[in-house]
Design a protein around this ligand. Structure first.
Ligand SMILES: N[C@@H](CCC(=O)N[C@@H](CS)C(=O)NCC(=O)O)C(=O)O
Length: 221
């Protein structure tokens, strides 16, 4: 299998966590932002990574979107299970996964790129890095007002995810909600303020990454 990705994308990290948890062998191909459209559009009709290419004659050519990749991997390799046996609990897992994908993954992106352009500039002050950061900020409409909203959404997220303070898995047993939270909140590991205020969150991120045999994100390694 081949995973088409951006090396720094937290949505691609989410797909890698699932592949690692399942213990499936795969390779990655890092696409160049901008040129990625040329590769992805004909394959999926979409412009986003991750995209998984099973590269097997009896399998689909391409699976786009991290949520679809979760479903595909669970059908391909049911053990170890990523879906919970209890139907109600699994519904909760899907709800959390969708909220993390649609709301929180975006909020972390906003807060992270705002940090990298401001107090976190010293992480990589090179012109090329700052150009990329500014392109991303323009592409996603990252402005002081939208960053403020994103930061507020994250505060609410920490309270919704508070079961993680007392137990290793959000819904009692490991689920796709844990993998989604571990990946989509991972950019915050580079921001000292978040690391200092929520040590429990980064402890869980470490544990989930170890379970999925995925190297830790920058800031935790
Ligand atoms: N819901 C999608 C979101 C993926 C996503 O936003 N990917 C970003 C990278 S973090 C991307 O490919 N952006 C490039 C673009 O939109 O052209 C998923 O879960 O796969």
């Amino acid at each position: 299998m081949l995973l088409l990705q951006f090396s720094t994308s937290h949505y691609c990290r989410k797909a890698r966590l699932a592949l690692g948890y399942k213990g499936l062998p795969y390779q990655v191909q890092n696409l160049t932002p901008g040129l990625h459209l040329l590769r992805l559009k004909p394959l999926t009709g979409l412009t986003t990574v991750p995209v998984l290419l099973p590269q097997q004659p009896d399998q689909p050519q391409a699976i786009a979107d991290s949520t679809r990749i979760f479903r595909y991997l669970e059908a391909l390799a049911p053990e170890p299970a990523l879906f919970l046996k209890d139907e109600n609990a699994q519904r909760q897992a899907w709800l959390l996964e969708d909220w993390l994908d649609e709301s929180i993954g975006t909020a972390t992106r906003f807060v992270y790129y705002d940090f990298r352009a401001g107090t976190g500039k010293s992480l990589d002050p090179s012109l090329s890095s700052q150009i990329v950061i500014n392109i991303v900020r323009r592409q996603y409409g990252i402005t002081p007002a939208s960053v403020k909203l994103a930061a507020e959404r994250l505060e609410q997220a920490f309270s919704i995810l508070s079961p993680w303070q007392k137990q290793p898995y959000l819904l009692g047993n490991l689920s796709l909600a844990d993998l989604s939270a571990a990946a989509l909140l991972s950019p915050l590991a580079r921001i000292p303020e978040y690391r200092d205020r929520h040590p429990w969150l980064f402890q869980r991120l470490r544990e989930i990454h170890a379970l999925c045999h995925e190297p830790l994100p920058p800031g935790l390694s």
